[in-house]
Ligand binder design. Sequence first.
Ligand SMILES: NC(=O)c1ccc[n+]([C@@H]2O[C@H](COP(=O)([O-])OP(=O)(O)OC[C@H]3O[C@@H](n4cnc5c(N)ncnc54)[C@H](O)[C@@H]3O)[C@@H](O)[C@H]2O)c1
Length: 250
Amino acid sequence: MNGFADKVAIVTGAGSGIGRAAALRLGSLGAKVVVADIKGGPETVEAIRRAGGHALCQPTDVCEPGEIEALVARSVEQFGRLDYAFNNAGVAQTNRRPLHELDLATWQSIMDTNLRSIFLCMKHEIPRMLEAGGGAIVNTSSGVVPHGYKNISTYVASKAGVDALTRVAAMEVAERNIRINSVNPGFVATPLLDAIIAPADQKRLIERTPLRKMTTAEDVANMAVFLLSQEAGHVTGQSVYVDGGINVSF
Ligand SMILES: NC(=O)c1ccc[n+]([C@@H]2O[C@H](COP(=O)([O-])OP(=O)(O)OC[C@H]3O[C@@H](n4cnc5c(N)ncnc54)[C@H](O)[C@@H]3O)[C@@H](O)[C@H]2O)c1
């Protein structure tokens, strides 16, 4: 895959799962990777460097607006430009209950992590990409968006918001050589899924998956990196499902 050599890419949530897999792939393709997370970042950087790539860790809580601003500023200070961003950090809704029984603190915390962070990341990334003459952004949404999943209202709403922001921002900057898309993973074998679905129940998900295997972090990371790449140069404003076909199988 061409076009990543010496380019600069931010990956949030890069300390684990999908984000780490994408950071490793971007590093292997020659990008200088800015690894952002509240934990696990140094280990990801170490793995990229061991494989011969370039990376730095910027500890970042995406719920803190100042830390997102500092993340983008550090990327440009350290590497001179910003070309790509994979805004991927997110949390599951572990407090599962009907909407009418849900507390405001749960709503606020999930919205801040999963949706407000995407707004703030793009708000700070886009001006730097304009300075670089263009760029590409991928936001992590979810395969739950079109469905009425019970008891995780805030998570579904937060990810529907990610798709909406992705479309609108994509239209706002299309003429200025910036593409913006989302990836919508199905059930991916990561610590996030382990927190909400027991391992025995995860096995049953495979039976529901038309391609008959669990989605891996690498499956999603490969699509995110493809959408960032020049090969996806005519793709913008899209939400791409990476789920082994579950989304169309109901
Ligand atoms: N695993 C799935 O089944 C699945 C399905 C659909 C969507 N997703 C989405 O994929 C994304 C990545 O999740 P994953 O499955 O790789 O899980 P993961 O738990 O392995 O990774 C998520 C990472 O985000 C980081 N993070 C959480 N809150 C943060 C914060 N406030 N600031 C900075 N970093 C923070 C975590 O520390 C962690 O390293 C999330 O946005 C999630 O909603 C996952």
